[in-house]
Design a protein around this ligand. Sequence first.
Ligand code: F6R
Length: 235
Amino acid sequence: MKLIETKTKTEMGVTAAEIFKDEIAKKHDLILGLATGSSPIPLYNELAAMCSAGSIDFSQVRSYNLDEYVGIGGDHPQSYGYFMEQNLFSRINIDKNNTFLPNGLADDLDAECARYDKLIENFGFADIQLLGIGPNGHIGFNEPAGLFSRNTTVVELAEDTIDANSRFFDDPSEVPRTAITMSVRHIMCAAKIILVANGNKKEIVDKAMNGEITSYIPASVLQMHPDATVVISEE
Ligand code: F6R
């Protein structure tokens, strides 16, 4: 795994955005695997700025997101669908019909997971998979556990994930307890992986990069990926 350390979050965003820009310049119809949360925001800001300046073109890019909460829809301000619209899709020239997230309001969640697997299979694995990392080492919402799921699945969120995500909700009791997530297999099949993290994740990033490879620190599997880069800011 490659490590790039930056001083500020803004520099982290710029560094990661340069990688996206270079890859999209090489392949216009790139498939992006996207993430939500606080860590990708500086990157999304920079991608939006590059797009306004005309230095990156998303018109042929397709994207699918890692995960979505169960029980809230795309118009809920804390849903990942809403997050993506606000922080990226409405700010770049991507065709909204080419952006996909799991539907956390589906009546039949197993069927929804199967639909998402089919979508990934039809598109092919991501050219670039963007990741954040949970305080417990989760990637997507693949929480520490004895087993990894092969496919998109409904997961019970770990208590530390619910605690960490409660900062985004007015009332912590509103934080969803379950989510749909793409699998570790899907993540590992991406051609290139970029993980962005803020300084508060230094310790878990160090464990994931240099410690034992274990499903109890899901991000540690990235050590086995041939092209995984971590961009971490001191800030
Ligand atoms: C979000 C996701 C999660 C977050 C992680 C870090 O789509 O898959 O794995 O990347 O929980 O979140 P932040 O960046 O808010 O600390």
